[in-house]
Write a new protein. Sequence first.
Length: 287
Amino acid sequence: MNRSFLFVPADSERKLQRAGSAGADALILDLEDSVTADARPDARVMAAEYLQGKKDVWVRINPLGSDDSIADLEAVMPSAPAGIVLPKPRSAADAIALSKRIDQLEQQHDIEHGQTRILALCTERPEALFALHSYVGATERLYGLSWGAEDLSAAVGASENRDEQGDWLPLYEMARSFCLLAAAAAEVTALDTVFTDFRDGDGLLRYAASARRDGFTGMLAIHPAQIDTINAAFVPSTAEVEHARRVVALFDNNPGAGTVGFRGKMIDRPHLIQAQRVLKLLKRHQS
């Protein structure tokens, strides 16, 4: 399970070379927001070359339906990226359309069918928030959902998306929560959005910790310096693991029990499910 996805502008050879040693679980070569329109033809070539022989490298294409998105896919798919990051979808219909195009390109380039996954940035358009349920059962290629505040705030005309303390304003906290709920409903990975102030290490630590607390299993990153903090935040602590093991053992020793006493409190099946999730998360990161 990937904890950290690092965005890398695909038009920067220096940043591409640096990204490989950053320790991120996965890279996202960006052909969208961080690359100007004039630079995209060269960026596509650089992305395709960088992808050769590498694992866990994704590509963020331009919004589906644009000429740029067509050129993006045609350029990078022969190099077999791990997945495609889909920006600004209006609903899961865009993910389904992307999946069908990937079907064609996988076949054309002798890539194993279904190998290329999709990560949808599902809240970047206002209308998308009303269609998040559509991701349930949409396509087997769907790896996960993440969200973004910058495009959404621009779309609604907001001057800020955080308050004076740096916390999300209600609209963006809602979008974040809806993304998490939609991912859970679709049974796919939920990734929290980027923490843009890459110089604020303490702020990143708090944000990443709250993301895992809330149920996200990973996070997007915009700078290599963020990776170690993010990776550490999404591994269960020693105390969490010990607690989870005791809960699981307690239910194992009381088969058929709906509730059991633990440290002066009554716990039930949801606590067991959460404990099992913690141990499963630990196992994935140890493998």
